[in-house]
Design a protein around this ligand. Structure first.
Ligand code: COI
Length: 357
């Protein structure tokens, strides 16, 4: 077998599929996974689909010590006529490479990995759920595997793609979430790793999340790390506000994640001739818009979260109830349109969906 030829080893011990009305986010995994290795002298090699199982790593593997890892999140959807659709998967693999570059990790051949990903989804197609609001979440990730405590890039890596049938990311479903405005901790700063999808950006937020959750919130709203003044993003989503008929989202400034759902929403709004701007927006400007009754809607966007209406923003001295805590008209229309395209219910005039055959 050539080093880049895909090997497929089928599982002989298939798991029962979960009930689709009881899917939590990322708790159940399918029967197979995609794996590929990297060695400095060989490059990426030995792509394979193998039974899903625990892996063995040396305790000195560099991932455990300095966190050299990147990941992605995308979804496969089942259409009413039983087709399996991926949503803009090319964008995820491009971003994986951008993240890898930031973490001094080797980039992948996007075509080769896309091919492996499609073969994996094809093999696991019975795991793609069909009920409303469900999908098969796809998690590609890369870890540094060299056994070394040197503070330097690993010389070997493992790329894996695992799959998990999922329901709603938030336990509330599509009901509006409460967000706490974080004034103490910081997610990222310009020049840091904020635009990369890497583990530390998430685990460093757990402390703020625990505080927010203790106070009854679902998520944290991050402000910029320097002045604690400008709005950046939410724990697992980008954020949008509708103010006086115009939709505003923080501009990509070097510390915000370039979300694929974010981009898609901007494109839809432009197409609908709804004014949308990417710019710096401060939390004070938002409070002022609220006080002047100009803040009409707020919602988060992300692969996992889809479109999540925001009903409440809780600052240390402010409570902002948006649209009476109800899902806004625009949030609902965006949710219906995006999920319609993703699941093949609506025509995909953008060429965003890719069918797995
Ligand atoms: C996603 O939306 O796919 C994410 O990566 C967010 C989160 C689950 C980490």
């Amino acid at each position: 077998m050539r080093d880049n030829e895909l090997e497929i080893v089928q599982s002989t011990n298939k798991k029962p599929k979960p009930q689709t009305d009881q899917l939590a986010f990322g708790k159940t995994f399918t029967d197979h996974m995609f794996v590929m290795d990297y060695a400095a002298d060989k490059g990426w090699h030995h792509p394979r689909i193998v039974p899903y199982e625990p892996i063995t790593l040396d305790p000195a593997s560099m991932i455990f010590h300095y966190g050299q890892t990147v990941f992605e999140g995308l979804k496969a959807y089942r259409s009413k006529d039983n087709r399996i659709l991926l949503f803009r998967p090319d964008k995820n693999l491009q971003r994986l490479n951008l993240s890898s570059d930031r973490l001094s990790m080797p980039t992948i051949d996007e075509t080769l990995v896309m091919n492996g990903l499609k073969r994996l989804i094809h093999l696991e197609q019975d795991w793609v759920p069909s009920s409303e609001g469900t999908s098969l979440y796809i998690r590609p990730f890369i870890i540094g595997t060299e056994a070394s405590l040197a503070v330097a890039p690993s010389q070997s890596y493992k790329l894996m793609i695992i799959l998990s049938p999922v329901g709603s990311y938030y336990s509330k479903g599509i009901r509006p979430v409460s967000i706490s405005v974080e004034s103490q901790f910081t997610r990222a700063v310009k020049g840091g790793t904020g635009t990369a999808k890497t583990a530390g950006n998430y685990s460093s937020g757990y402390k703020a999340h625990a505080k927010a959750s203790h106070e009854g919130n679902d998520e944290v709203l991050w402000l910029d790390g320097v002045e604690k003044k400008y709005i950046e993003e939410v724990g697992s989503m980008n954020i949008f506000f509708k103010i006086n008929g115009e939709v505003v989202t923080p501009a990509l400034n070097g510390s915000i994640l370039d979300g694929i759902t974010r981009r898609s929403i901007i494109e839809l709004l432009e197409e609908w001739d709804i004014p949308v701007v990417e710019r710096r927006i401060s939390i004070d400007e938002l409070y002022q818009a609220y006080d002047e009754c100009r803040l009409e809607e707020a919602f988060g966007t992300g692969t996992a979260a889809v479109i999540s209406p925001i009903g409440e923003l809780n600052g240390s001295e402010r409570k902002v109830i948006i649209n009476d805590g109800q899902t806004g008209e625009l949030s609902k229309k965006l949710y219906d349109t995006l999920t319609g395209i993703q699941t093949g219910r609506l025509e995909d005039s953008h060429g965003w969906t890719v069918e797995v055959k």
